[in-house]
Design a protein around this ligand. Structure first.
Ligand code: HEM
Length: 585
């Protein structure tokens, strides 16, 4: 007699057939998967059954009410996957992205105020010179009265790294000067590629490490693990760990010796006064102690921790874990967003001109234009108050979210209610989906941000005006709960405006205000001085040089053959000094 295979608990959830015995549907989803991801939602609805690695089944979720359950209402049931937590612990130590439950909550409680508006206002003028430096690097390369094609991607990436290192650690690692970059700066730049190469093997690596309970034995195994990407990553992590530990020790010692924990900032005079650091400093590294005056995230965090109740304070290991976590989380995401905005502006000259006009107006109104309006540095409130800039940034982050897919594991049998019913595989109408414990859930930020029922029939179009009233004011949006609002529209539980780019709930992006501030500062600085356009090169067969944005695990912009190899990440744009006509194109 033939033994019947037991029916899968997800059997009735609609979804595509598997494409491959090993990769399931992951090949199409994670490699240049833009169309595939959007079609999944269009064809099957807000909850889709997909085939993951080795024939396992997962849920692919973009319905607003279902996502409200996953990230807010039942976030304790849908936790980060074991592999994610384990791999992050190995890489970053005890930071926010490596902890769960009460420990994670305690860390968030300590860290949320560190990213307050007041701290952002304080940080902005300190990091303005970075945008000025990037702008100077571009201008130096352009011959007088001419233009030049520049691959902006590495500069956006180096700029974002400098931003996050200065803001997080109060240190410069000179990454904008490739000849003098410190070992620490180089290590972080390698972190993203080796981390990404590991995405496909990550599910298996920690699985076997997890079975080893002794930490020292686990380390021994990790040391000998025969995979180059894994070993590269370990080398990078080692440099990161040593660097952050050293800086942490210096700051803590300074703070203890100054005894000014309660002060709004601690006056530090670098190595001279504290007598720590200095001797260990690496080539190409600069302590910004005097300029930062304790306003960097690590110092703010240390002060907050020292003055909090013992039961609420974090251990030194937990504080340290936050530093590499914040640097990693805030680096490639932001640089990809700025690159995407500049690419869009290059392809839409009329939008670029309008934005430049708005920026000029804001800078002129801000005053102090004796040295030229383009050199005026806007304060935090002035910068975030430019409605069109805000609309361009938000619309880019909505249509092209830098992280498009996230993973969770459901820990207890439960049910996902839906805002929009779906048709089951057997043809019935489903208003909710039963989710058995152990099911992996993919949160599709991309599909959520393109949901036509929420964003309208033109959801796929990049249209900044959707964020503005007819008179150009900013429309006010509130956080959603997956229910209908008074106008009958369902909203997502994103940190703001129904947008899932920064997620929502207890594990939402803690650095979203910082990210938006940085993006806006870089864009306004560059746009005030330069004009960007797409490459116009054409080969003998009439093929035009084009940039193609692949959606893999992260976004990867490449140049299609014959001009590029279709693999190497790059964004070549034609750059020249701004002219009067560039305000009215
Ligand atoms: C455009 C830029 C950014 C985007 C799109 C973005 C997006 C996200 C998303 C989707 C998550 C949730 C990840 C998950 O739960 O698996 C997240 C978490 C996080 N982000 Fe961001 N992020 C950005 C910039 C930043 C910056 C600049 C910082 C730091 C200054 C930062 C720090 C973090 C941290 C620490 C977490 C972990 C939060 C937690 O688990 O409690 N991010 N981010």
């Amino acid at each position: 007699r033939r033994v019947r295979k037991p029916k899968s608990p997800l059997a009735d959830v609609p979804g595509p057939q598997s494409d491959h015995w090993l990769k399931g549907n992951f090949g199409r989803m994670f490699q240049d998967g833009w169309d595939y991801n959007l079609q999944l939602q269009e064809k099957y609805g807000g909850v889709v059954k997909i085939h993951a690695l080795l024939g396992t089944e997962q849920l692919y979720v973009s319905d607003p009410r279902a996502l409200h359950y996953v990230v807010v209402k039942e976030q304790h049931i849908y936790t980060e996957t074991d592999m994610f937590i384990m791999a992050n612990k190995l890489i970053f130590g005890d930071g926010l992205i490596s902890t769960l439950g009460e420990q994670h909550k305690k860390q968030r409680k300590m860290l949320n105020p560190v990213f307050s508006l007041a701290n952002m206002r304080d940080l902005l003028p300190i990091i303005q010179p970075i945008a000025d430096k990037v702008s100077a690097i571009f201008l130096e390369q352009i011959p007088d009265g001419d233009s030049k094609e520049i691959n902006i991607l590495p500069w956006m990436s180096r700029g974002a790294l400098e931003y996050i290192c200065q803001a997080a650690l109060g240190y410069s690692f000179n990454v904008l000067d490739p000849k003098r970059t410190s070992g620490f700066g180089e290590a972080i730049q390698k972190l993203a590629p080796s981390g990404l190469r590991l995405i496909f093997v990550r599910p298996f690596v920690p699985l076997f490490l997890r079975t080893i309970t002794s930490p020292s034995l686990r380390n021994k195994f990790a040391e000998r693990f025969p995979l180059k990407a894994f070993q590269d990553l370990r080398g990078v992590v080692d440099v990161l760990d040593k660097g952050t530990r050293r800086i942490f020790k210096e700051k803590k010692a300074r703070m203890m010796s100054s005894g000014a924990i309660e002060a709004s900032w601690v006056e530090v005079e670098g190595d001279r006064k504290s007598g720590v650091g200095g001797q260990d400093k690496e080539e190409g590294e600069r302590d910004l102690g005097d300029r930062m005056r304790g306003r960097d995230i690590m110092s703010i965090m240390l002060r907050a921790n020292m003055s909090s109740e013992e039961s609420e304070a974090l251990s030194d290991e937990e504080l340290l874990g936050q530093m590499s976590t914040i640097i990693f989380a805030g680096f490639e995401t932001t640089s990809m967003a700025v690159s995407r905005i500049l690419y869009i502006l290059a392809s839409k000259p009329e939008v670029q001109a309008k934005l430049r006009r708005e920026v000029r107006k804001a800078k002129q109104q801000s005053g102090g234009v004796q040295n030229g309006w383009e050199n005026v540095n806007l304060g935090y409130d002035e910068l975030v108050a430019i409605p069109y800039l805000d609309a361009v940034v938000r619309e880019t982050l909505r249509v092209y979210p830098p992280t498009s897919l996230l993973n969770r594991t459901c820990r207890k049998d439960t049910t996902l209610p839906l805002a929009s019913p779906i048709q089951s595989a057997s043809g019935t109408v489903m208003h909710s989906v039963a989710v058995p414990a152990g099911t992996n859930v993919i949160i599709s930020i991309l599909a959520a941000n393109h949901n036509k029922q929420v964003w309208g029939p033109d959801a796929d179009d990049w249209r900044p005006e959707r964020w503005l009233t007819e008179t150009g004011e900013r429309i006010k949006f509130s956080e959603g709960d997956g229910e209908e609002d008074r106008e009958g529209r369902v909203r997502y539980p994103g940190v703001y405006s129904s947008m899932m780019t920064f997620l929502g709930g207890g594990r939402a992006c803690i650095g979203f205000k910082f990210a938006e501030m940085e993006i806006k500062q870089v864009v306004t600085t560059l746009l005030s001085r330069m004009h960007f356009s797409l490459p116009s090169e054409v080969d003998a067969h009439g093929n035009k040089k084009t940039i193609h944005w692949k959606i893999n695990a992260l976004q990867v912009p490449v140049v299609d053959p014959p001009f590029g190899d279709g693999v190497t990440a790059q964004v070549p744009l034609v750059v020249r000094k701004v002219k009067e006509e560039d305000f009215s194109a």
